[in-house]
Design a protein around this ligand. Structure first.
Ligand SMILES: [Zn+2]
Ligand SMILES: [Zn+2]
Length: 161
């Protein structure tokens, strides 16, 4: 009996910490942009996603596409999120198109944790990729342990059904 009680107490403690981690979305910059309490140069939004300009652009055009639901990072995605990610990519392409960016000279991808400065999933859409600085190229170098392309992320998600 004592043992069971101990377990229940632990479970409560665990769910409490889980909840407080979920609450951290209240302090999340991107959640604030989504609710309108933080400013951003918004390019597009619907009920599911929002796209805005990165405040520190790595090239002439640098858009972030963000799901409105707070998702911590790319590792939290699974097969059920494939259509969401595909929609984010389509959105990034169409926004870059509206900005007259060269769609053949782009870099799209996600940070891999813990190398995500903002802990809310965001797709980086950068164009022209060829005008990125050495440092930016390093930060957004595809398929490193700090940055993944969309294709690699989708493969990972498909394996997590
Ligand atoms: Zn958030
Ligand atoms: Zn980022």
């Amino acid at each position: 009996m004592m043992r069971n009680l101990n377990l229940v107490v632990r479970l409560f403690a665990f769910s409490g910490s889980f909840q407080s981690r979920k609450m951290s979305s209240e302090n999340c910059l991107f959640c604030k942009i989504i609710t309108g309490s933080s400013p951003a140069k918004i390019c597009f939004q619907d009920e599911e996603i929002i796209a805005f300009h990165d405040i520190k652009p790595a090239s002439k055009n640098h858009i972030l596409v963000v799901p409105k639901q707070h998702i911590d990072n790319v590792n939290a995605l699974d097969a059920s999120n494939i259509s969401l990610v595909e929609k984010m990519v389509d959105c990034g392409k169409s926004v870059l198109g509206e900005l007259q960016a060269d769609i053949s000279d782009v870099r799209f991808g996600f940070h891999r944790p813990p190398f995500n400065s903002i802990k809310h999933l965001h797709l980086h859409c950068i164009s022209p990729m060829s005008q990125m600085s050495f440092t930016q190229n390093l930060i957004f170098r595809p398929n490193t342990w700090w940055f993944t392309t969309v294709d690699r992320a989708l493969d990972m998600m498909k394996s997590k059904i």
